[in-house]
Design a protein around this ligand. Sequence first.
Ligand code: ADP
Length: 388
Amino acid sequence: MDKHPDTILILAPAGADAVNIRNVLTRITLRPLICRTDSELKQNLQSEYGAIVLTEEAVTTDLIALLSEAFLAEPPWSDVPVILIASLGVTNRGTHLATMLRGPRRTVTMLERPLGAVTLLTSMDTALAARHRQYEVRGLLRERDMLLSSLETRVSERTAELQRVIEEMEAFSYSVSHDLRSPLRSLDGYARVLLEDYSDQLPDAAKDYLEKIARAAQRMDNLTQDVLAYTRISRGEMILTPVDLDTLVDEVIEQYPAIEANAGLIHVRRPLCKVVGHVPSLVQVLSNLIGNAVKFSSPGRQPRVEIESEHKAGRCRVVVRDNGIGIRAADADRIFRMFERAAGNSVPGTGIGLAIVRKAVERMGGRVGVNSKDGEGSEFWFELPSAE
Ligand code: ADP
């Protein structure tokens, strides 16, 4: 049989019922299909159809079980119209059967015997209109699914392409930064040798130029080191382990001369929590945040840096607070991007430190942010999974 939403499946085993129903339905060009047995009905339920017509003689416990199983397998958009033709009689058998037939994914309508053609056709009309709307919904859902899957394919193709481009760029910047370092060191080194060994033979202007060359080479070297650190953080393998931040903060303070020189200004509220993270990346995060807290101090104020942490729902939030120059709200997001620095900033730097912080924290499965008021100090924070 052709699949068709106007096909009406008829199961009416008594006398000429099936033929009579079919004859009425063909009057309005519907496609009645008489099923002689339960299994023939079951087979036809696999195809597209508009409604099922049953007479009371057809409704047995076997048929009810068969239909329940078939309806439960229907998709969510489907609500099969079932028309039951029965007599109410003294026993009220019709109503009883209709109740037994009811359940999910079907709507049972009972028509009382003796049945007129007009009643049957009107009910059928209503049932089929509802069924057509269901098929429309199915069409829309299919269209949506097709669009979604083509969208997903496009998104994953684009993502793969972008990923490839990013990897190429990172590999490129890594090799450029790496190769730039030795000529830069030569520039800086020779400029300093000239200054030291030929100091008495050089005019002041020449010494001044040589110092400028050495400083520029030094700045450029800082930049290449930061780009290298960024690409290492972005590309390297990250094995996450439990990390004791108390010990790590001490190591960072000791290892970085610019921080060590200000150790007396740094107050750590111990104990700090244990996080799940990657030690070299955490060293980068802490050294950048503490280094900045010390570096961006306010000219008229005794600098003070506080480091503390707190647990919250399986996460640990670490805060590095300073009483320095602060950050304007307009700069708060921007400064985490590569090469971005707050407007009017005259302190030397590359604008890469916070990009490293964000990249490292995100790769460790965390978040980072800043709360600050211009001129009133800053509070940089990052959150990582807790190891406790
Ligand atoms: P850099 O320190 O090399 O300039 P960063 O990426 O570490 O680069 O920081 C970006 C910018 O964010 C800084 O130039 C500065 O304007 C601002 N900033 C970072 N930390 C602080 C801080 N603790 N207080 C005030 N401004 C800060």
